[in-house]
Design a binder for this molecule. Structure first.
Ligand SMILES: [Zn+2]
Length: 154
């Protein structure tokens, strides 16, 4: 079925001109399976959300997506949270995801290695003092400035 091309439909063009709409807009249907709800966005910014790892996907840079957001991942009993699918990524079926540093946890060194975050390389013997500083000063908000949290495409 061919749909009419409304970009060339005079009554609509006149209406757009009257509204001062110079650019064509874009509209995405909201799908709660694919898109975060407002409540989920609030939870991600707060204590995080418990999800099954089957609900997560790996982005091209190996960071982790839940629906249309890049997230960090952790398990409550562990000392480290993850930025990407590193070799220490939780193997359990359920994890927590969020956009804020979980209290009392440190960033995973393997994730920093994988992303070469600020040149981080825990396997190199030289410059370990520098890498320790990278880990110590790692900030989730800065991470999400470099790797945007929301929204992300498929
Ligand atoms: Zn990791």
């Amino acid at each position: 079925m061919n749909l009419p091309d409304f970009t060339d439909f005079p009554p609509l063009l006149a209406l757009r001109k009257k509204m001062g709409a110079t650019e064509l807009g874009q509209f995405d249907f909201f799908d709660p399976v694919l898109h975060l709800t407002g409540e989920e966005r609030i939870q991600l910014a707060g204590q995080g959300i418990a999800v099954g790892t089957v609900a997560l996907r790996k982005l091209l840079d190996h960071t982790v997506a839940y629906k249309n957001a890049r997230v960090i991942v952790w398990q409550p009993q562990c000392a480290e949270y993850h930025l990407c699918w590193c070799k220490n990524f939780p193997q359990l079926p359920d994890v927590f995801v969020g956009a804020r540093k979980p209290a009392g946890m440190s960033v995973c060194s393997e994730c920093l290695d994988h992303l070469q975050y600020d040149g981080h390389n825990s396997h190199r013997h030289r410059h370990q003092d520098y890498y320790a500083q990278v880990r110590k000063h790692f900030d989730v908000a800065t991470f999400f400035q470099r790797f945007p949290h929301y929204p992300i495409g498929r």
